[in-house]
Design a protein around this ligand. Structure first.
Ligand code: PEP
Length: 273
């Protein structure tokens, strides 16, 4: 097996994905609680929240002075034009956003987004100065038929083929097994370890800088499994759906991530992985 560049041990990244949840008043309480609760956390921890488009202005207003960055959950593959209902990357960037999720499995499934479209969206995000969080993941059936690597390669290659090495080195990758999202049970640490290792090897084919991008795990990350998942080698943090809507849970997950910063393989025992 080829020697892989080690993922960064000096930092962790936790991104919340609110999906289609929220309301002005409830958001305010949540954002204030998160701003307050994350203040004293390890400086090596980076935190982001991907909110519905209409709340980008509120995120900018309430998170502007905090350590939490914000972003969107999707964007258009077009720059501008007659695309009713679409939101461009530059519009998202206008609100001070740092991130845009692209290729979430809910977009791939419910909106029939294919690998090329996802790659175009990642490219638009980068052109607008946003960091795309590119989601890849296999369905339950694909895993059962041992197609996981094939599916992940196809999803990832579409993005890597489209981007320059410099662009590819600026993305965040999120491994989100479709069967674990919203299910209440995450993938096992062993499965996560194997897939992340595979993804890291795949990234390395594009160049050493690309092999060092953050690779997050997403799929039912909760306070009680976060430390274990984040201590798996080559897991650089998490993409968190349901638990990001609850301040107490999201803060506990951030704390868990902070606690794994600098952890090396030999120290995994007490995390449950
Ligand atoms: C997600 O939507 O990206 C996600 C990981 O959801 P959940 O944490 O609820 O499984």
């Amino acid at each position: 097996m080829s020697k892989m560049p080690e993922s960064k041990v000096g930092s962790k990244l936790v991104i919340g994905n609110w999906k289609m949840h929220g309301g002005l008043r409830g958001n305010e309480a949540l954002l204030q609680a998160l701003t307050h609760g994350t203040k004293a956390m390890s400086p090596g921890l980076r935190i982001g929240l991907c909110v519905p488009f209409p709340y980008l202005a509120q995120a900018q207003q309430l998170l502007g002075d905090s350590r939490i960055e914000w972003g969107a959950q999707d964007l258009s593959s077009h720059d501008e034009g007659a695309y009713t209902g679409e939101v461009s990357a530059s519009m998202v960037a206008d609100f001070g956003a740092r991130y845009a999720i692209v290729g979430h499995s809910e977009r791939r499934e419910y909106h029939r987004e294919g690998a090329i479209l996802v790659a175009e969206k990642a490219e638009r995000a980068l052109e607008a100065g946003l960091t795309p969080i590119v989601c890849v993941g296999e369905t339950k059936e694909e895993r059962e038929f041992a197609f996981t690597e094939r599916v992940l390669s196809a999803q990832l290659d579409a993005v890597l083929d489209r981007l320059s090495v410099e662009q590819a080195a600026s993305i965040v990758l999120a491994y989100e097994p479709v069967w674990a999202i919203g299910s209440g049970s995450s993938a096992s640490c062993e499965d996560v370890r194997d897939v992340h290792h595979f993804l890291r090897q795949h990234l390395a084919q594009k160049g050493p800088a690309v092999a060092r991008i953050p690779v997050l795990y997403g799929g039912s990350v909760k306070p009680d499994n976060a430390a274990g998942l984040f201590s798996v080698p080559e897991v650089d943090g998490g993409l968190v759906g349901g638990a990001s809507l609850d301040a107490e849970q999201f803060l506990a997950i951030c704390e868990a991530a902070a606690g794994t910063i600098g952890m090396v393989a030999a120290h995994h025992d007490h995390t449950g992985c």
